[in-house]
Design a protein around this ligand. Structure first.
Ligand code: PMP
Length: 428
């Protein structure tokens, strides 16, 4: 019972790590400004407190008659319900706990029906771009407006084999530009052509409410560590028919309902027909519990409030960057496109990796540099040669030359004004 206790329902959402200090090359130290939420967000204090309250009580899930084992099983199964509510799932959807978004999308890829055609924009994060290589994949060119995205998908689907199964995979918010994708319209296009759609919500769910029913998507995938919970857990939520038909993602205990020796010496297995089918092994109950805790905390704080605050910070960063003539902000859909708190840019005359290193060493600011696991998208945005080597260590771009990699600043719940002001001043 103690483990169920909610520690803070006040609506304020403190995060961990706000008092961490780091040394500066210029001497002295400064509190760390974590502006790399898109890679991993700091955990909410509330999540940490919930996990700490539960920790003394934890036991193995689905395994024992002991009280603590039953309590853990309860928490694990309640976590599914909390996530299903958070995502506004349909009544017969299943929530499968995975390790991450990457794991969730690979699980779905492993469960595709035979001959499934997959449609994916080249602008996706590698986690949503690459798992489909064993299927018949069509990579769609980068659209330059949300409308073009829908038209491109419609055209591709119109030319598909209309009788076989098909899947569209799309991100809700880009991990490079932060721009929002027209998910509802893409879902409508997919369904109009008899295809299904999976939403990569790794960057959307931490910043926006996601409703499976309103968006009418078939699956949603996201990661705990970007949603203010610790590392190690993720979610694939949605329709279960394809997953029920598929072989278990991992073979082992927990996924199997009944195992018996055959007279010919082999082994017969009856697999579970629920989420457990794809959760073999001892489940990450702390991971599931912390995701559920984060979902509750975000819901209680209210996305209206969270989005309004984040948009204030987006505006401040955009304005600050616009005041530096050498800065170019990267955008697929244009400067006015709505975006979450994820902004990438290049600075003329600077190697982005050196620039990011300087922000860290001289100002205690943590941002990301590189191609952000979205190489085709970043190369399109930079206008660089598709074969160019643009990761860390890329040569400095002289004035007028194209950069080969970029800098990304990202933020969200718990980001103080001071971090954003320090960042803007440092860039200047
Ligand atoms: N999709 C998007 C849009 C992402 O930003 C990321 C993480 N950068 C992923 C998928 C993969 O998430 P994870 O590393 O947690 O599997």
């Amino acid at each position: 019972r103690t483990a169920h206790c909610d520690t803070d329902t006040s609506g304020s959402l403190p995060v961990l790590g706000r008092d961490v200090t780091v040394p500066l090359v210029t001497g002295g130290e400064v509190t760390y400004a974590a502006l790399d939420y898109a890679a991993s967000a700091p955990a909410l204090q509330r999540v940490w407190d919930d996990v700490a309250a539960y920790a003394p009580y934890y036991g193995s899930v689905h395994r024992g008659a002991g009280y603590l084992s039953q309590l853990s099983t309860d928490l694990f199964e309640n976590a599914r319900r909390t996530v299903a509510e958070f995502l506004d799932c349909r009544a017969d959807d299943e929530v499968v706990f995975t390790r991450s978004t990457t794991d969730s999308l690979n699980l779905l890829a492993a469960a595709l029906p035979a001959d499934c055609q997959v449609f994916v924009f080249e602008t996706e994060h590698h986690a949503s771009l690459l798992p489909w290589q064993d299927a018949r994949v069509t990579y769609l060119n980068a659209p330059r407006t949300p409308g073009e995205a829908v038209a491109t998908l419609e055209k591709a689907l119109a030319g598909r084999d209309p009788y076989g199964p098909a899947l569209v995979c799309v991100t809700g918010a880009s991990n490079v530009t932060g721009e929002l994708w027209p998910v509802r319209e893409l879902a409508a296009a997919a369904h109009a052509h008899g295809a299904r759609i999976v939403l990569d919500a790794a960057q959307l769910a931490p910043h926006h409410p996601v409703s499976v029913q309103e968006l009418d998507v078939d699956w949603v995938a996201f990661s705990g560590h970007k949603l203010y919970a610790p590392f190690g857990s993720g979610v694939l939520a949605g329709r279960f028919d394809w997953l029920r038909e598929a072989d278990p993602y991992l073979a082992g205990g927990g996924a199997s309902k009944k195992v018996s020796r055959r007279t010919d010496g082999g082994v017969d297995v009856e697999w579970h027909e629920s989420a457990a089918r794809h959760e073999a092994g001892s489940p990450n109950v702390i991971g599931a519990y912390s995701i559920a805790s984060a979902c509750k905390a975000l819901t209680e704080a209210g996305f209206d409030t969270l989005v309004a605050r984040e948009q204030q910070l987006v505006g401040r960063v955009r304005q600050g960057l616009a005041e530096v003539p050498e800065v170019r902000v990267l955008s697929l859909f244009g400067d006015d496109a709505p975006r979450v708190g994820v902004i990438s840019f290049v600075v003329e005359g600077w190697n982005s990796s050196h620039f990011a290193a300087a922000l860290s060493a001289e100002y205690g600011i943590g941002v990301r540099d590189g191609l952000f696991c979205a190489h085709p998208l970043v190369r399109t945005l930079l206008g660089s040669d598709p074969q160019s080597q643009g990761e860390c260590g890329a040569p400095e771009a002289a004035p007028g030359e194209k950069s080969l990699n970029a800098i990304r600043v990202s933020f969200g719940v718990g980001t103080p004004d001071e971090h954003v002001e320090r960042f803007v001043a440092a860039v200047k």
